[in-house]
Design a protein around this ligand. Structure first.
Ligand SMILES: *Cc1c(COP(=O)(O)O)cnc(C)c1O
Length: 428
């Protein structure tokens, strides 16, 4: 029986055996013991689906992976040590030197910088485009060596909403996978694999853990992309490090994830610690409840800011009249998540004064957890970007990224009121 997302959040991923622990155990062990050399050799040949070493797989990591895979509707998932690692491993699993990736220019600053520096140094070209541009114009940027298209369900921090139909159509026409970073939406609010995406990635650091306790990432694969279309030799040619194994042949719909784990993760080693997976899994069990409150609070606070004489440029895709309201209604019908951007009238300095005077909302390099927090991207996460890149990422110098928590919204508004007062008094 197909279960609802709320039930999957609570129950999926771990099923106790008779007499076994009710709660997912923490297997804080690097390795696993076997009786014979023959047994272990079989595992090393990828002929037996068993544990050998935690860099590759671990039961606690596995359970967390299975929960998120169930929630996203994928065939499986692989957890990583961070959201950055989830993106990098996805790219390296598909591409190599001489290939190119089409990516929305509004993606998270850290991912943008990874593309424009490390991937560039590796000879993988990232072709940035305005995600609001027409399908025709975006298609025109593709090259023969283009191997994937990438965007975020809700952009960090521009809070723009991805046009799934357009991206899926471009991917189909180019016969390349459509990769979505679903960090801000979570599978509770949006399930990209049902909207034409092939691969979903997350920084689980954000709403999935939800409590700002551990950095992590995850890759979920739908298992239906045809890697044998001639563009992806890594899936169809023998891997000599496994005696000539061919990933798409041997593993079918699990080819992408098996290659990601037993080739890229094996070689790179950005594995999550089982303890972090334990924490992220525990957080994920209440994701559906938290997201409901994040959305509710964010809408109320976006309305408050919209009507505030000292606030400007309020962006929240759940707010009627917002540039992305229609797309949000279409793709995020349950709510537009908890992130709002706005400016304080008076430019960068007024914004800084406002932030410095907040008492409940904290200034932190984080977003998307239970506690309300703020950040000025231009002076922090997006500091490495040029002015031009800032503008194309949708970031103005005075922009405040507000991550609305699950406190009582009246207390958040009271905090904002006193901070606006402080800005007013500072001007006198
Ligand atoms: C934070 C974030 C990342 C990077 O994740 P880390 O866990 O910090 O490595 C990637 N994408 C988005 C949308 C993010 O918000």
């Amino acid at each position: 029986m197909k279960q609802h997302i709320e039930t999957l959040a609570v129950q999926a991923g771990y099923t106790p055996e008779n007499g076994g622990p009710r709660v997912l155990p923490l297997y804080q062990s690097t390795t696993f013991k076997y009786d014979t050399c023959a047994e272990l050799a079989e595992i090393f040949d990828l002929d037996a689906n068993k544990y050998m070493y935690t860099r590759l797989a671990n039961p606690t990591n596995d359970a967390f992976e299975n929960k998120i895979a169930a929630m996203e509707g994928g065939v499986g998932a692989m957890a990583t040590s961070s959201g950055m690692a989830a993106f990098l491993i996805t790219v390296l699993n598909i591409m190599k030197t001489g290939d190119s990736l089409l990516a929305a220019s509004t993606i998270y600053g850290g991912t943008f910088t990874l593309c424009s520096t490390t991937l560039k140094d590796l000879g993988i070209e990232v072709i940035f485009f305005d995600p609001d541009d027409t399908e025709e114009n975006i298609l025109a940027l593709a090259k023969d060596n283009t191997k994937a298209i990438f965007g975020e369900t809700i952009g960090n921090p521009a809070v723009n909403v991805l046009d799934f139909d357009k991206f899926a159509s471009i991917a189909k026409k180019l016969d390349i996978p459509f990769i979505v970073d679903n960090t801000f939406a979570t599978p509770v609010l949006c399930r990209p694999l049902e909207l034409g995406a092939d691969i979903v990635i997350h920084s689980t650091t954000k709403y999935i853990d939800g409590h700002a306790s551990c950095v992590g990432g995850i890759i979920v694969d739908k298992g239906t992309f045809n890697w044998k279309n001639g563009k992806f030799p890594g899936f169809t040619e023998p891997d000599e490090s496994y005696h000539g194994l061919v990933f798409s042949e041997k593993f079918g719909e699990f080819g992408f994830l098996m290659k990601a784990r037993y080739q890229v993760m094996r070689n790179i080693g950005s594995t999550p610690s089982p303890f972090n997976s334990y924490l992220a899994n525990l957080g994920a069990e209440t994701m559906h409840l938290r997201m409901e409150r994040h959305c509710e609070n964010a809408l109320k606070i976006a309305e408050y800011l919209k009507n505030h004489p000292m606030a400007e440029d309020v962006h929240y895709p759940g707010l009627p009249g917002d540039k992305y309201y229609e797309l949000a209604q279409k793709y995020l019908p349950k709510g537009a998540s908890g992130v709002i951007t706005f400016g304080v009238k008076g430019g960068r300095e007024a914004s800084s004064t406002f932030i410095d005077n907040l008492k409940l909302a904290a200034l932190v390099t984080h977003v998307a957890d239970t506690r309300t927090c703020v950040l000025q991207p231009a002076s922090t996460t997006h500091r490495q970007l040029s002015d031009e890149e800032l503008i194309s990422a949708g970031v103005s110098p005075q922009l405040i990224r507000l991550s609305v928590g699950i406190e009582n919204y009246e207390d958040i508004i009271a905090d904002f009121e006193q901070a606006f007062e402080a800005v007013k008094n500072a001007k006198k």
